[in-house]
Design a protein around this ligand. Sequence first.
Ligand SMILES: Nc1ncnc2c1ncn2[C@@H]1O[C@H](COP(=O)(O)OP(=O)(O)O)[C@@H](O)[C@H]1O
Ligand SMILES: [Mg+2]
Length: 331
Amino acid sequence: MPSTPSPPCTRRAPDAGAEAAIEVGGLGKRFGRVTALDGVDLTVPRGTVHGLLGHNGAGKSTLVGVLATLVRPTRGTVRVAGHDALRHPERVRRRIALTGQRTTLDLTMSGRGNLLMTARLLGAGRRAARTRAGELLDAFGLAAAADRPARTYSGGMLRRLDLAMTLVRRSDVVFLDEPGTGLDPASRLDMWDMVRHLTDLGTTVLLTTQHLEEADRLADVVTVLADGRIVATGAPEDLKRRIGRRSATAELATAEDTATAVRALAGAGLRPDGDHERRTVTVALDHDEDLAAVVRALDAAEVRPTRLTLSEPGLDQVYLALTGHRRTEAR
Ligand SMILES: Nc1ncnc2c1ncn2[C@@H]1O[C@H](COP(=O)(O)OP(=O)(O)O)[C@@H](O)[C@H]1O
Ligand SMILES: [Mg+2]
């Protein structure tokens, strides 16, 4: 029997296969007079979780729609999973999964039934479909309810089933548009686990969220979108360091003490923000020496705070500083 020659060694240059999962340049989208996206550039490396953060109407869903080939941009370039999404949307569609904010479930069927049907429609054999459905039911805590009609599920269970439906097919890039919305805290933790599990398998995840904690805990890199433009991008820790601010808050015993503290701190060149109703004074700590200056100023004015607390910058602050919007949690 002739021995088959082994295939030539096709070792690639180290970065030949390292094309980003998502590459967007100069992206713009107008809906009539509304500019939903305005010059968006974005690169998401493979196997990472990218968080798209922004208030209602910032353009998150439009961007996801463009990446998932559902929305045609007005201008710009879009590459997803190695394909040009404008010239070959069908190639992109085969490599991605998208979960929207509304679900396409058959409520008369069980959770397992929905998953099995989707798997079979995607071409899986009977056994492979059962295995995948079982894995997903376990991962999303739906095993106990797997064989009940989906119409008996709670809102949170339906959201989890919807997410599971998105993941039936193993995709290179998964888009999750506000996956945490409508989930109770426990289900949200499960969802976070699932997302991490996806990246372990090399999948790239782009998720939109209005929940800052979700972005903070889950995303390797966060992009903050406001009115269709990117206003910041970076690892959550970097954003907090760059844009966030440490602060100290003193709680005072009386209204008089509060007023004295505000005067003393302002006199020391700090910028106190007094809340006379709550009898607190908050001072931004812009420099390393500011905390000591706060203590000295209060002591010199003979004000004894009942409590002094330090706050590290949170993503909330970063978001507020960048967008001027307080977070609005859509639930
Ligand atoms: N199909 C559409 N037709 C007209 N305007 C739209 C359409 N989709 C989105 N918009 C508008 O584009 C802007 C961005 O919307 P969207 O991408 O849904 O924001 P987000 O998901 O961040 O809340 C909003 O002003 C919205 O009203
Ligand atoms: Mg949206």
